[in-house]
Design a protein. Structure first.
Length: 288
């Protein structure tokens, strides 16, 4: 009888291990980087009306914004292996709640190496809570760069000068904009930057494979000069279903399509994965 119980327990354990391995295998396939140290993956997570972008690069992991709630934790858990509880760099593009409230939750759950902010002062509760959790942070300015391994890099292209402690009528003026480059892959990550700022940093930018569309597709962003110079192949809009702001603007969606971009939206397409090994990127809708 004891032998039968041992066999049954062993069978249950073996079955549990097989299920766990199968789940991990599916997660590893979706993530696309777990067992490939030359791969780079960018996730534009579906976090509702907000932004949360995760870069899983050959040697660094970077989170840009975190949405307005704890959804980002679920998303990170789905693409990172269970044993990985660290993020090398966290960037808050600007202090609005739909970008930093989720970062507060990430700071409580993950070991974060470096925090980068716009430096702009803002008096709303989520921004104040974020500042208290962070303490001293790196203030972004054009020219800052991170080596992500195997030739991949992330460069700050805006703001032009450090805005530490600045009080702005519109915090989008100090929004952190970054350009991700890996061989033949280029991704422009714009946060909520608006057209007046686009016109100042766009000169000198290359063609981009993927444009993360500014301000959830609002008509305050994604002007003609940005599209004419970068001529994006794909445009990804991070936006909530049936949101109260009318995002994305039909005007902007039409503008993107006329510029030749394939338009993807998190409210319609879910999580968007951009994967590259240094050539042309693979851009896909990946349900999580």
């Amino acid at each position: 009888m004891a032998n039968i119980f041992r066999i049954q327990n062993f069978t249950r354990l073996a079955a549990a291990i097989i299920v766990a391995l199968a789940v991990l295998s599916v997660a590893a396939w979706r993530a696309g980087t777990w067992f490939d140290d030359t791969a780079l993956t960018v996730w534009v997570f579906d976090v509702g009306q907000g932004d949360a972008i995760f870069i899983d690069a050959p040697t660094k992991q970077i989170l840009i914004d975190g949405g307005r709630d704890a959804t980002v934790l679920e998303k990170l858990s789905a693409v990172l292996p269970p044993w990985d509880r660290s993020i090398d760099v966290m960037i808050a593009t600007h202090p609005h709640a739909d970008h930093v409230r989720g970062l507060n939750r990430v700071l409580e759950a993950y070991d974060v190496g470096e925090v980068v902010t716009s430096g702009v002062s803002y008096g709303e509760v989520p921004a104040i809570a974020f500042q208290k959790l962070v303490g001293d942070a790196t203030v972004a300015t054009a020219g800052m760069t991170w080596d992500l391994g195997h030739g991949a890099r992330l460069d700050v292209v805006w703001p032009a000068t450090a805005m530490e402690g600045a009080v702005l009528d519109n915090v989008h003026e100090g929004n952190v904009v970054t350009l991700l480059t890996y061989g033949g892959t280029t991704v422009l990550l714009t946060g909520d930057v608006e057209q007046a700022e686009e016109d100042q940093f766009v000169r000198g930018l290359p063609h981009v494979d993927v444009l993360k569309v500014g301000h959830h597709g609002s008509d305050t962003s994604t002007g003609f000069s940005l599209l004419n110079i970068t001529s994006p192949t794909y445009a990804v809009i991070s936006v909530g279903k049936e949101n109260d702001y009318g995002h994305p603007s039909n005007l902007v969606v039409d503008r993107l399509r006329r510029a030749g971009a394939v338009v993807l939206r998190t409210d319609l397409d879910g999580d968007i994965r951009i994967r590259s090994t240094g050539g042309e990127p693979d851009v896909a809708r990946i349900g999580l």
